[in-house]
Design a protein around this ligand. Structure first.
Ligand code: GLN
Length: 493
């Protein structure tokens, strides 16, 4: 039986293996072969892990042979962002400074995916330390968008987005501090979920902004994202910020939404975000159509404004770099990091190793963060940004008193050309104007493909209240069924 990678879903992989239509090893091998055939063009991976993949696949096949029940993600080829530790792989964060760092323990989210039967095919390219929106800030070179190889796939989890979009994997994990799952999801036509802060353990994921970071999945269907979230979620004693909230069956939430429809769901379009300068007109129009679709499906729709969220980008570029500068202090070539040769003393070692090991954007973030936290400026910058954040949190809480789902575009424009914005950090930062407020407020959000602009995929962002992932996934599944986006890029056909 031939395996059509771009049509595989979590369910079809597990059911096909259980019914012995194909083995887990065959699926893994097809995925590895496809990666080998496409990596020169895409560069989605920093490291491919055939040994780990085949070993995990054989363990699934042994279960089949023994007549055992299969776990939910059995045999599903899965890729992980290269900031997540997995024993047997390097965890480089696409940085020179960690280029030889071998994982010494497993990231909890990764471990939970593997315990649920997922097959690890490799570690994905990213912007260095997750700083960026294009994957161009990678020390290993940019990833390419399968919809147009001259374009970026977004970032910072660009490699993870490409792997799923180009059918190199069925699922992948990314991390999202200001949009790094949702924005590349939008630019590659994939479903991309940022869970509520605290929903998924961050243990073993190299920290960028500890009050903002959250791990989440990329998938080609909403149901597959739900499978991944169910596998990953829940309290982890190793991460004090992971919450002890019950983990509902997110796959059932998708099934139930399809059966019950949208009656009673309150959907609000964020009007002032839609009226922002720089938003591509097709994207604006399509976002309005999405709200029309929800209305047709029986939802109650209305409009909401989030005026304080206009300050989110400014607050984020204080809080994010402040936390990053402190998190990155450990890469000093003594505790972690490649050592510059021939240092004269320990200070010289720190300075030379860090200057040589970090790329320009990482250095920019460390400088911004250190400055914002320095004595005399602390209150003017960091304190002020935290106050803005509190107001943004309140603004979202008020909006969710009236609505279950808020709707915005995911990104103001479709994928741009490699090199187009690389020289202008500010234009690059603007890519996350719609996603960053959600990280500051800690809510969950998903990007669902809603169509194309300039021939390239674009996404709509649905936002829900803290720990309302069931509502979020249900609404996303309904929308997906109406939009019927063909997620297979021409490159793969
Ligand atoms: N693009 C944003 C930044 O560069 C968000 C990155 C992220 O979510 N990791 O900070």
């Amino acid at each position: 039986m031939s395996i059509n990678l771009s049509k595989l879903t979590v369910r079809s992989v597990r059911d096909g293996i259980a019914a012995k239509e194909f083995s887990a090893r065959e699926v893994a091998q097809v995925s590895l072969d496809h990666i080998a055939a496409t990596e020169d063009a895409l560069h989605a991976f920093n490291q491919v892990t055939p040994e780990l993949a085949l070993e995990a696949a054989d363990a699934i096949d042994a279960k089949v042979a023994a007549g055992e029940d299969l776990p939910p993600l059995a045999g599903v080829p899965t890729a992980f962002k290269d900031n997540m530790n997995l024993v047997g792989t390097r965890t480089t964060c696409s940085s020179k400074i960690l280029s030889n760092y071998e994982s010494v323990y497993d990231c909890t989210a990764v471990r939970r995916m593997l315990d649920a039967g997922a097959i690890p095919v490799g570690k994905c390219n990213m912007d260095e330390f997750a700083f960026g929106s294009s994957t161009e800030n990678s020390a290993t070179g940019p990833s390419h968008n399968p919809w147009d190889l001259d374009c970026v796939p977004g970032g910072s989890s660009g490699g993870s987005a490409v792997a799923v979009s180009a059918a190199q994997a069925v699922l992948s994990l990314g991390s999202d501090t200001g949009g790094s799952i949702r924005q590349p999801g939008a630019l590659t036509g994939t479903v991309a979920l940022k869970p509520t802060y605290g929903r998924v353990s961050r243990y073993g994921c190299v920290a960028f902004g500890s009050s903002l970071d959250q791990i989440g999945p990329f998938a080609r269907t909403v149901e597959d994202a739900a499978f991944a979230l169910s596998a990953m979620s829940g309290k982890d004693p190793m991460d004090a910020t992971s919450m002890n909230e019950p983990v509902p069956d997110y796959v059932a939430a998708v099934t139930n939404a399809r059966a019950n429809g949208m009656k009673g769901l309150r959907v609000g379009i964020v009007r002032d975000m839609l009226d922002m300068d720089g938003l591509h007109t097709r994207i604006k129009g399509m976002t309005e159509e999405v709200v029309g679709t929800f209305a047709r499906l029986g939802a109650t729709v209305g409009e909401v404004n989030l005026p304080t969220s206009q300050h989110a980008l400014a607050a984020y570029y204080i809080i994010g770099p402040a936390e990053a500068s402190s998190n990155l202090a450990r890469f000093d070539a003594v505790r972690y990091g490649v050592r510059a040769p021939e240092a004269e003393d320990v200070m010289d070692l720190y300075m030379r190793s860090r200057a040589e090991g970090f790329g320009p954007e990482s250095i920019r973030r460390i400088m911004l963060g250190t400055y914002a936290l320095s004595a005399g400026y602390y209150d003017a910058y960091y304190g002020q940004a935290q106050r803005a954040r509190t107001l943004i949190i309140r603004e979202f809480a008020e909006a969710f008193a009236d609505y279950d789902i808020l709707v915005t575009p995911t990104s103001p424009e479709p994928a741009f050309k490699i090199g187009e914005k690389a020289a202008d950090p500010l234009t690059m930062y603007l890519n996350d104007i719609f996603t960053i407020p959600v990280n500051l407020a800690g809510n969950c959000a998903i990007s669902v493909p809603m169509g194309k602009a300039k021939g390239l995929p674009v996404g709509v962002q649905l936002i829900a209240n803290h720990f309302a992932e069931e509502t979020l996934l249900g609404a996303a599944a309904m929308l997906e069924r109406e939009i019927r986006f063909d997620s297979t890029p021409p490159f793969v056909r």
